[in-house]
Each structure stands twice: as C-alpha cells, then as structure tokens.
Design a protein around this ligand. Structure first.
Ligand SMILES: *[C@@H]1O[C@H](CO)[C@@H](O)[C@H](O)[C@H]1NC(C)=O
Ligand SMILES: *[C@@H]1O[C@H](CO)[C@@H](O)[C@H](O)[C@H]1NC(C)=O
Ligand SMILES: *[C@@H]1O[C@H](CO)[C@@H](O)[C@H](O)[C@H]1NC(C)=O
Ligand SMILES: *[C@@H]1O[C@H](CO)[C@@H](O)[C@H](O)[C@H]1NC(C)=O
Ligand SMILES: *[C@@H]1O[C@H](CO)[C@@H](O)[C@H](O)[C@H]1NC(C)=O
Ligand SMILES: *[C@@H]1O[C@H](CO)[C@@H](O)[C@H](O)[C@H]1NC(C)=O
Ligand SMILES: *[C@@H]1O[C@H](CO)[C@@H](O)[C@H](O)[C@H]1NC(C)=O
Length: 759
C-alpha cells in the first residue's frame, strides 16, 4: 500500500509557537466608573520568523563530481522517452497535481499554495524504501494527473557507494517522463542540485547563517498569469540553495536568479525551465519552506501558474481585512503608564479616511482597502453620561459591573450556570438620541461620509467577558448593541455586517449559552484567534470552524480564523507595543525590528492566500500624538495600524500586481463558508488535449455528482467561447475566473478556448 494523503495536511498547530502563554494583567484604577478594556485573554503570541525543522541530515559528500554541501540530488534524464503518441486523437487529463515528497512536512511546501488556490492535489510520501508509482494514466488517452511536483528529488542517503539518491528508481523516472511527454503534463522539481542533465552547473552552495543572497524572478514570460513582478529580490536566509550557471541554453531557460553575495560576485541562475525533447519541467535550485518563509510563499506562484498554464479549478484573491476592536471604549495603556488610558478622537479617524484614499491610490488596479471597526455602544453611553453628568440624559445610566475574574482560556461553561452581572436597572435598551448624541465621537461617526468610509460590525455592548456569562447577560450584550447600532445609524452604513460579531476578547466560544444568545439575535459568524488551536479547523486551514455541542456547547456558529499581530490592544504608540512585545512575546529589537517581523509574517500569510482578518484595536489608530516612522525611505507621521498596513502592502506591491481587496465581516465569512462547501464537493477540471496540435482545446468542470452547494471557480488564461451565463470575475490585471454553478444531471459543463492553449 502506498501512503497517500489526500488534501488537507494542516500543519498550523505545529507551527504555532510553543512559548509559554503569558498574561498581562494591568492594575485598574480603582476609582473608575467606566468599563475599561483591561485584560484581554488573547495576548498575542509572537509570530516568530524561524527556520523550519531540518528533516534530512546534510550530506556533504561529492555530488555531480563536486564537493558542495547538499541535501538533494540532481535530476536524472538518462531515461529514453518516446515521442508523443499521435495515434490518439484526443486525450483527457485530470487536473489533480501529484506531489511526491519525503515526508508530509516537506510536502506541505508543495501543497499549501495549491490549497490556497483550492487547486486539487494528491500527496504521495516516498520513503527511503521507495514506492509503487500511482497509476499515472489509466489508458493511452486518459491521464490522471495534470502536473507533477517532486520535492528534493525524494532523495535519501543510502550509504556506501550508493550515497545520496532518489527513492524513485531510474525506471520510475522513465515512466514519469513518458507520461509527461505522452500527455503534455508539466513537472516541477523543488530543491534540486544543478547538473549538466538540466543544462546547468552548480557554482556552489549557499548560504551560511546570517549571510544574505537575494533571489528574484527574472522572467515571467512562461507564466504571465502569475502576476509576479520581475526583479524584486527577496531573502533566501534559512533556505539552502545552489547558485548555478547555464551550460546548454537549448534546453534550459532561466526564470529566477540569485543576486551577488559573499563568494558569489556575479548574479547566478536560481531556476530554469527545461524543454528536453518535448518534456517540460521547471526546476528550482532552492529549498522551499512555506510554513515559515514568505519567500517560498512568493516563489510558489511561479510554479503554480507555470505548471497549470494558469488554467485551474481554483481562485486567487488577496483580502486584506484589518479589524479594529473596542471602538468607543477606553483602553488602559501598557507602557509608559501612570494610570494612562486612551480613547480615539475624531481627528485620528478623519486622518485615517484620507490615508485609506492614499493607500488605495498606491495599490494595483482593482484594489479596495478599507478598515473595519468593531463597536461597543456602552462606551458611547458612558462618555455622553460623563459629559452630561448633571442633566442625566442617559437614564438609567450606562451599564457598569465589577471586575470579572478570568477563566482558563478554553474554559467550557456547564450550560445554565453562571451569575448575571448586568444591573437590573433596565430590561430593554433605554437610551434616546439626546443621550447618544452627547458625545463628539458619536457625532463624528454619525456623519454618513465618515461612517461609510469604514466597515462596521458589533463587538458587543459593554465587552463583558463571555466565557462564564449567562444567557441573559449575553442576550443583552448582543441585543442592546444592535438597538444602539440601529439608533445611531451604523446599522444603515454601506458596509455593515448584521450577522457578524467580534466576540469580546474572543470569549464565549465554549459557552453554549453565549452561542445560543448570539444565534437568537441573528449572529451566526464570528471570528476566532489563530493563536488558539481550539478555535481553528484542524482539517483544513482554509476552512472555518463550525461549533459543535461537544466542543462549544452549541452547534452551528461559524468561527472564521483571525490573525493576531504584535500591535497590542493596549498600546497607542510604538514605544508601548515594542515594550509589550519584548516583555510578553520574546520580542527583540526596536519598532523597525517589530515592523520587519510583521512584514515577513503577514506577507507570508497573504502570499499564502490566507484571507483571515487581522486583529487591531482602537488605541492602535492614535495619529494625533503618533511618531514619525520611515518606510522605504519615506518619513511620515503614522498611527501603528497605518505603519503596519504600509509595510505589508508596500511589500505586496513590490512583489506582485495583484489587487488587494478588503471584505467586510459578513462577506469574508461567506467566503470561508463557501470554500469549505466547495472543497467538500471535490471540484476538479479535465483538460482535453489535442496531441497533434499540442494544445489544450477545452476544459470540463467536475465535482462529486457534478453538483455543489457553492459556486466552483474556474480560472482561465485566455478567453473562452461562451461563459454560459455564469458569474465572471476579473479584477485589475488578474486573470478571469468563471464561477460555475453545478446542479447535477447528465450534461457536463465545459469551456472551449477561443485560442487553444499551447502545451
Ligand atoms: C494610579 O492609580 C492608583 C490606584 O488607583 C492610585 O493609587 C494612584 O494614585 C494613581 N496614580 C496616579 C499618578 O494617578
Ligand atoms: C540543507 O543543507 C543546508 C546546508 O547545511 C542546511 O542549512 C539546510 O538546513 C539543509 N536543509 C534540509 C532540509 O535538510
Ligand atoms: C499510458 O499511456 C502510455 C502512452 O500512451 C501507454 O503506452 C500505456 O499503455 C498507458 N497505460 C495504461 C495503463 O493504459
Ligand atoms: C544541448 O542539449 C541539446 C538537446 O539535448 C543537445 O542536442 C545539445 O548537444 C546540447 N548542447 C550542449 C552544448 O551540450
Ligand atoms: C431623553 O432621555 C432623557 C432621560 O430620560 C430625557 O431627559 C430627555 O428628555 C429625552 N429626550 C428626548 C428627546 O426624548
Ligand atoms: C463561573 O461563575 C460561577 C458563578 O458566578 C462561579 O461560581 C465560578 O467560579 C465561575 N467559574 C470560573 C471558571 O470562573
Ligand atoms: C517589562 O520587563 C522589564 C524587565 O523584565 C520590567 O522591568 C518591566 O517592568 C516590564 N514592563 C512592564 C510594563 O511590565
């Protein structure tokens, strides 16, 4: 039995840093009449940039007659391959990508990007003892794989005179090559030692710790749909690689280069496309580690688009969703703090509107970035009540209660237990507009042009921790905030999410009474916290988690993943977040070191096609007293959220032409849900190949029973004769995606290309 792993090898839990979870408990000023956000359970843990595990021992013996430290081998091409069979008029090739790797961890570097697009793949782990190859073609006209990816040549050290060799035998390589030629299937080889067989020769191995040698895409003409930019150097630190030179330009065309570095005065070849007697392969002379490296997540789009020819059942969209929690609340500041609190002002928020316009003017065509705000209405009532203390226009006063005791992070409350902490002063929402308008911040938000510049979602009325809360309290937390959002007009904003919620401090997710109270009030899709494995889908990192009675006390609430950042909820200035990063999350360095880490971590998430929103808080939008920050040579006064968005988006724009689009909470929730629904339909494509003309003439969309509860994306590199009335999506310079609805029945859905796609 060959070990076959179908889809969904999620390694995220492995990657989540194992640092001890530290808690920040900030002493509260005793004499306060406000509910303040003083203790979040989700103190973010660091997203530390680190090298992945080293699954294979380094082999430093001779390879290809030279002594260069290496842990892969060179691709063999000695196998004789017959020319493409022309007796067959037409072949059908399944689009599934076959991945051959030494272990599931290294397979992840080939599968994670495909999974990001939703492109079907199959992983076959090849142990040192070898395998029986899966059936590549079932007849001379039916191919089972649309592309083949081999990681590190699946090489092992066999010792003695054998040394380091591929666990795929020469006869099996010959079979793979023959399949490629017969069916026009491309292969990708990641982490390969450059050799004469590939038309190249190695000039060394690089780099030792701390030595940088940049890699860049030098030519995208063979994969134009990738949208990658040429000449943008990215780091190779932690990725062992083999700079090469071209020996035979007839068979090898470079598409990526290494920059000069210590020991390598000139730039060198990092990857080639081989065309050897009609057999096509893309070869990278560098290891991949998509689980920690933003570089690997970037480079993968070159091979994905080349191997698929930009024709796949899948979809790429960069969603940059920045959610700002705690609007209207006052936050205790971590440092430097002499009982210091912070609450955002209209001036800060005005400036962010102008800045969002500026960001959008600098993003690729088709982009639309906006900030989403999570509101706590009781903060409005508190401020208005304070301002009008003598007139008591907010009768019976804002909701106040004593300090709550934190439960364990994943505490599961027995249903029906707990004590109401809300006062009994009113059972239904009691405030009128004279009250809510008694607050400058509310007056600012109530202007349509301000309100409609941002997206909006509820963050509950008072921010009561919901882990141990009662149904009655949570019911009011939700329904009062809804009443307030409706009263002040936010529920009529152009970007408003009535079905969504940012749970306060991401609590309540194992409290069946809280979940029932959400659902009772129409809240069905909330965000979680990716530092907490219990809140993530363990089957597929691109799926949301759907609550169950066993794990959460109530079934059917969708928890979409959300990233934490090192911009902390209780910080208004860099000096604060840097201190908290150092004290709580093993941070090391200054504001720029923190921004470098945020850039590497979060471009990795975006380049990995994750659409999870990012967590921020109101204090992070402090602009009025903000510092100057210099980004890519431009010095400007920036809030911390602005600096974060600038470093992340400027890097994305340096690397790609991809539009960057924000989705409001309810919309990204639907995207997560649809993604899970369509994966469960097992969508795929079948290519029709004309062997004589060497073209793909059309594709057929398939799924289990050819029916699916969600649309299936088919992305095409060129126009089709008829999109058959399906919804189409093409943004900026991105390729066209046809969103296909499959309703079963005997008739198959196919698309014919106006200009057949060359093999
Ligand atoms: C800070 O708060 C504590 C506790 O409420 C109080 O004793 C102290 O006087 C306050 N310090 C300042 C400078 O306000
Ligand atoms: C490959 O060898 C290099 C050079 O010693 C090393 O840095 C790297 O970690 C090794 N990679 C793997 C996956 O073994
Ligand atoms: C696979 O295709 C080759 C080349 O057309 C053919 O010779 C071989 O018989 C096919 N394999 C099967 C199992 O039909
Ligand atoms: C380059 O490769 C082609 C195709 O295999 C071969 O015919 C030619 O002899 C090679 N040239 C050199 C210089 O090795
Ligand atoms: C709003 O409520 C306050 C407190 O009950 C009351 O004094 C005020 O007259 C009310 N305003 C309006 C317009 O009803
Ligand atoms: C939950 O609330 C109940 C009732 O107020 C209390 O007895 C219990 O200790 C609380 N549990 C936790 C874990 O805080
Ligand atoms: C941060 O850590 C330093 C060193 O351990 C400590 O002196 C300081 O009080 C901590 N700062 C805060 C705000 O907790």
């Amino acid at each position: 039995m060959k070990p076959v792993f179908l889809l969904c090898v999620s390694l995220l839990p492995v990657l989540i840093n194992a640092l001890a979870r530290s808690r920040v408990l900030i002493p509260l000023p005793i004499a306060t009449d406000r509910i303040e956000v003083h203790s979040h359970e989700h103190v973010p843990r660091p997203n530390i940039l680190r090298a992945g595990p080293n699954p294979m021992p380094l082999n430093s013996g001779p390879v290809d007659g030279r002594s260069i430290p290496h842990n892969t081998t060179s691709a063999t091409t000695t196998a004789a391959v017959k020319a493409r069979e022309l007796l067959v008029a037409s072949t059908k090739v399944q689009s599934t990508v076959l991945i051959l790797a030494r272990d599931t961890l290294s397979a992840y570097s080939a599968s994670s990007g495909l999974n990001g697009y939703g492109i079907p793949f199959e992983v076959v782990v090849v142990p040192q003892t070898g395998i029986t190859l899966p059936v590549l073609n079932s007849s001379s006209s039916a191919g089972n794989y649309g592309a083949i990816v081999v990681v590190s040549e699946v090489s092992y050290n066999y010792g003695g005179t054998l040394g380091f060799q591929s666990a795929i035998t020469a006869a099996q390589w010959a079979q793979i090559y023959q399949y490629q030629v017969s069916f026009g299937v491309r292969a990708v080889r990641l982490d390969v030692f450059p050799s004469t067989d590939l038309g190249v020769t190695a000039i060394g191995g690089c780099c030792n710790d701390g030595v940088e040698q940049l890699i860049q895409i030098s030519d995208t003409s063979a994969f134009p749909t990738s949208g990658l930019k040429v000449g943008a150097g990215v780091s190779t630190q932690g990725l062992w690689h083999y700079p090469a030179t071209i020996l035979n330009a007839t068979i090898a065309t470079p598409f990526a280069t290494f920059g000069p570095s210590a020991g390598f005065p000139a730039s060198s070849v990092a990857g080639v496309i081989n065309n050897i007697n009609d057999r096509q392969q893309m070869v990278f002379f560098i290891g991949f580690a998509t689980e920690w490296s933003s570089t690997s997540n970037y480079l993968q789009h070159a091979w994905i688009h080349w191997a698929t020819r930009g024709l796949y059942a899948g979809y790429r969209r960069i969603n940059l969703n920045t959610q700002v929690d705690d609007m209207f609340l006052e936050s205790d500041i971590y440092y430097p703090a002499i009982n210091r609190t912070f609450i955002i002002t209209p001036t800060d928020l005005d400036q962010h509107i102008a800045w969002m316009d500026s960001v959008n003017s600098r993003l690729p065509a088709g982009s639309n970035y906006f900030i989403e705000v999570g509101h706590n209405g009781n903060g409005n009532i508190e401020t208005a009540d304070d301002i009008n203390a003598n007139e008591r226009i907010c009768r019976p006063g804002p909701i106040e209660y004593g300090d709550q005791i934190d439960t364990a992070l994943e505490f599961q409350k027995p249903l029906g237990t707990g004590t109401d902490i809300w006062p009994t002063t009113a059972t239904t929402y009691p405030y009128n507009v004279t009250c809510t308008a008694g607050d400058l911040l509310m007056n600012w938000w109530s202007q349509p042009s301000n309100m409609n510049a941002y997206a909006h979602v509820s963050h509950t009325f008072t921010h009561e921790d919901e882990n141990n809360a009662t149904f009655a309290d949570v019911n009011r937390e939700i329904s009062w905030n809804q009443a307030w959002l409706t009263q002040v007009g936010i529920a009529s904003a152009t970007k408003w999410s009535p079905k969504g919620l940012i749970p306060p401090a991401i609590t309540g997710l194992h409290n069946g009474d809280a979940l029932r109270a959400w659902q009772t009030n129409g809240i069905v899709q909330v965000v979680g916290d990716n530092t907490r494995p219990a809140l993530m889908n363990t089957q597929n990192e691109f799926w949301p988690l759907i609550t169950t009675v066993a794990d959460n006390g109530f079934a059917g609430i969708q928890i979409s993943p959300r990233w934490a950042t090192n911009i902390y909820y209780n910080c208004d200035l860099p000096i604060c977040t840097v201190q908290e990063w150092i004290n709580t999350s093993a941070g090391n360095g200054d504001w720029y070191a923190l921004l470098d880490l945020e850039q590497a971590t979060n471009t990795r998430h975006l380049l990995g096609l994750h659409r999870d929103p990012f967590m921020f808080h109101q204090a992070n939008l402090n602009y009025v007293t903000a510092d100057l920050t210099t980004i890519n040579g431009v010095t400007a006064k920036l809030s911390m959220l602005q600096a974060w968005v600038e470093v992340v988006t400027q890097e994305m724009v340096r690397l790609t032409n991809w539009p960057i689009i924000s989705l409001k909470h309810d919309d990204f929730s639907v995207e997560f849900s649809n993604r899970m629904t369509r994966d469960q339909c097992v969508p795929s494509l079948v290519y029709s190949v004309d062997p004589a003309a060497k073209t793909i003439t059309d594709v057929t969309v398939t799924a289990n029973g050819n029916t699916c509860g969600a649309e299936i994306p088919v992305t095409v590199p060129g126009p089709v004769t008829d999109t058959q009335g399906f919804r189409t999506e093409q943004v900026g310079s991105d390729p066209l995606t046809i969103w296909v609805t499959l309703t079963g029945g005997a008739v198959l859905t196919s698309f014919t290309f106006i200009a057949p796609i060359p093999l």
